[in-house]
Design a protein around this ligand. Structure first.
Ligand SMILES: Cc1ncc(COP(=O)(O)O)c(C=O)c1O
Length: 489
């Protein structure tokens, strides 16, 4: 199927393929009826029919007499998902991969095909709308906001955030919230109030390299846990490190881990909470991707599942959905002592955040446009991940494995072991393409044959060509190393 549909029926067909790729429609399940899809997509019945005929031709759907259309067993991606990871299982000092500073430099270079940085492109963000709220706030209240504020941050913004938390079933008071400079500051604050230098923190493996940076800066060690690309960390391994290694702090994502895309099912989250209570350990959860879900419901964060919630510190931000440049994040703790320590740290590090941006952002949230915006970008990212996965399937070397995220916008690829993605990165740069090599996401050196692709810019011809070219480069690297190992025999 062409990646850039010219006709409406092709667009509808691509959408159905994305639903299959994200698992929203599983093989054997019934596809939406022609009437449903024509209503949802606002196309005529004949356009819907044309789309479904195309999908039948492609082997994605089959028509069953009197019963409708069903997803075929051949429709699913043929590439295997990555196996559960197998990190060393001992505490290790954090050493930041030398590739990382190069990655940071090139991630924002507009000349490169942007498969590196997980920063949504300006076109996908509600920038013009936000600009209007910021301009109005500056015009009407600029002078009164040009001052220091209380370290907790703008009260109306905290009220808006607390109101949104009610949707996933938890009562958060504005008093439980500290506004931070992005999710990074929230996590750094949380780590700084529950750990001392030299302590060990249990993390997912692989894990977002920014978190490794914070852990390193605070003089902390990490213990990487085996992590499944679908269901997240291995519970037996977690129990072992809490019981045998005396680990008292964990740092996990609430959903759609960056880079694996894994989300622990709620029943596993409840088991994690029970283990934490039993071993008196604290969980810092990073829910930055929670609002970008492709399925019918938002995954529930740990904090909302925990009755007492005393051993969970929640961190998030608006950076992945609407405003990376506003640097608005937040930390939630329901424990007075932790809040007191967090505010002391906040005063020590930054005094307070910029009030004008916070006030404008509170107005934006109160205006109600955010949910519509979220609905739109969820569809864009779901579509992008679907198209990107299919392009990987046809362009990367045999044996490549790919994650199946049900949210967010990154893919994790495991290439044949012989392909070193740090070397591939240099070659990709020469070809005008950026991505992130796997060794940036761990201190264990286990992911030198893996890489992360970002779909933060949505799907377009340039991105598609970049993925295809990268696949060609990876295939050539795999062929070269196979030939080299043959000649050594
Ligand atoms: C998992 C995760 N946590 C935290 C952050 C940092 O977020 P912020 O930009 O809000 O500081 C990122 C950014 O990429 C991320 O992917």
């Amino acid at each position: 199927m062409r990646a850039h549909p010219q006709f409406r029926y092709e667009e509808v067909a691509n959408l159905v393929v994305s639903l299959v790729d994200s698992g929203t429609l599983s093989p054997g399940s019934r596809a939406p009826s022609l009437r449903e899809i024509s209503k949802q997509q606002q196309v005529s019945l004949s356009t819907a029919l044309q789309a479904y005929r195309l999908l039948e031709d492609r082997g994605v759907l089959e028509a069953r007499p009197q019963s409708g259309h069903y997803v075929t067993s051949r429709a699913a991606l043929r590439l295997e998902p990555p196996a559960i990871t197998n990190p060393p299982g001992r505490p290790a000092a954090v050493v930041i991969s030398p590739t990382l500073s190069k990655v940071m430099q090139y991630s924002v270079d507009p000349r490169l095909v942007p498969l590196g940085g997980a920063i949504p492109s300006a076109e996908l963000l509600a920038t013009a709308r936000l600009d209007r709220f910021l301009a109005r706030a500056a015009r009407t209240k600029g002078a009164s906001y040009n001052t220091y504020t209380e370290p907790r941050g703008d009260l109306r913004l905290r009220q808006e955030i607390a109101r949104r938390a009610v949707r996933w079933g938890t009562a958060v008071s504005p008093e439980d919230i500290v506004i931070t400079s992005g999710c990074m500051e929230a996590i750094a604050l949380a780590l700084s109030i529950v750990t001392r230098p030299g302590a060990t923190v249990a993390i997912e493996s692989p894990t977002y390299f920014g978190l490794l940076r914070s852990l390193e800066a605070l003089g902390l060690k990490v213990l990487e846990l085996p992590t499944d690309a679908a269901d997240g960390i291995d519970l037996a391994a977690l129990k072992n490190v809490l019981e045998r290694k005396g680990v008292k702090t964990c740092l996990f994502s609430s959903s759609f881990n960056n880079p694996l895309g894994s989300t622990m099912p709620s029943e596993n989250k409840l088991k994690v909470l029970a283990l934490l209570a039993r071993y008196r350990a604290t969980l810092i959860e990073d829910d930055i991707n929670g609002d970008i879900y492709f399925g019918p419901q938002r995954p529930v964060p740990f904090m909302a599942l925990e009755r007492s919630a005393n051993n969970v510190i929640y961190c998030s931000s608006f950076s992945k959905t609407v405003a990376p440049g506003y640097r608005i994040g937040w930390m939630v703790t329901k424990t007075a002592a932790q809040m007191e320590r967090a505010l002391e740290r906040k005063l020590a590090f930054t005094l307070s955040g910029p009030p004008l941006l916070q006030a404008a952002f509170a107005d934006f949230l109160a205006s109600g446009g955010y949910d519509n915006h979220l609905r739109r970008i969820r569809r864009v990212f779901e579509y992008t991940i679907g198209q990107m996965s299919r392009t990987v399937e046809r362009s990367f070397p045999a044996g490549t494995k790919v994650s199946r995220p049900a949210g967010s916008f990154v893919l994790w690829l495991e290439l044949p072991k012989s392909v070193r993605t740090a070397a591939l990165f240099d070659e990709a740069l020469k070809n005008g393409i950026c991505f992130v090599p796997g060794d940036a996401f761990s201190v264990s050196g286990r992911y030198g044959h893996c890489l992360r692709l970002s779909g933060a810019h949505g799907w377009n011809e340039r991105i598609e060509k970049g993925v295809v070219k990268l696949g060609d480069l990876a295939s050539a690297a795999a062929t070269r190393s196979a030939a080299a190992s043959l000649s050594k025999r």
